[in-house]
Design a protein around this ligand. Structure first.
Ligand SMILES: Cc1cc2nc3c(=O)[nH]c(=O)nc-3n(C[C@H](O)[C@H](O)[C@H](O)COP(=O)(O)O)c2cc1C
Length: 159
């Protein structure tokens, strides 16, 4: 088992793609955060915005091996400038005290400032490093370079 766990929530695959690249670079284990509620299609989008704005609690169907890890990296899409309900549910369920916690987000142009502020409030000790990625695509060499640099930043934060 790796000391590093990447957990991610992804509705349409962009955050998953980034999480998988990062897991390769950091030799980390990777786990998907899943929830009971379906979020597909146009209706899924609207309900997602509403749930996020109203801080509606999500019910998770996934279990996570957080306890033995030193470093936990959380990946998520921006939903209404905030973390999706499944991420808030994950942070409510698992105790991250004493661990180094970093977070990345993917978005369509709104940026990650609000999301990181809200996520940081839910993490004991706050976030050690953050990365915000606009519309990442798998074959973009600039994305690989950005992730390599962030991986170095994370390693420094753990020293
Ligand atoms: C419910 C919902 C709300 C969103 N809100 C924002 C937003 O406030 N700002 C933004 O830039 N993108 C927003 N997006 C776009 C996603 O953050 C973006 O497409 C993300 O990369 C999708 O990641 P995924 O493929 O891992 O689900 C929203 C998407 C959804 C479904």
């Amino acid at each position: 088992m790796s000391d590093t766990l990447i957990v991610y929530y992804s509705r349409t695959g962009k955050t998953r793609m980034v999480a998988e690249k990062l897991a390769d670079m950091l030799d980390a284990d990777i786990e998907e955060i899943r929830e009971v509620k379906g979020r597909s299609g146009r209706m899924g989008w609207f309900v997602g915005v509403k749930d996020s704005l109203l801080d509606k609690p999500a019910e998770l169907t996934s279990e996570h091996t957080v306890e033995p890890r030193k470093l936990v990296i959380i990946g998520m899409p921006v939903w209404a400038s905030a973390p999706p309900p499944a991420i808030r549910a994950f942070l409510g369920r698992y105790d991250l005290a004493g661990k180094t916690v970093c977070a990345f987000c993917t978005h369509d142009g709104g940026g990650g400032k609000g999301l990181f502020a809200k996520t940081g409030e839910l993490v004991p000790g706050g976030l050690a490093a953050t990365l915000s990625l606009k519309k990442p695509t798998p074959d973009d060499p600039a994305l690989d370079e950005q992730l390599r640099q962030w991986a170095e930043e994370i390693k420094s934060a753990c020293e």
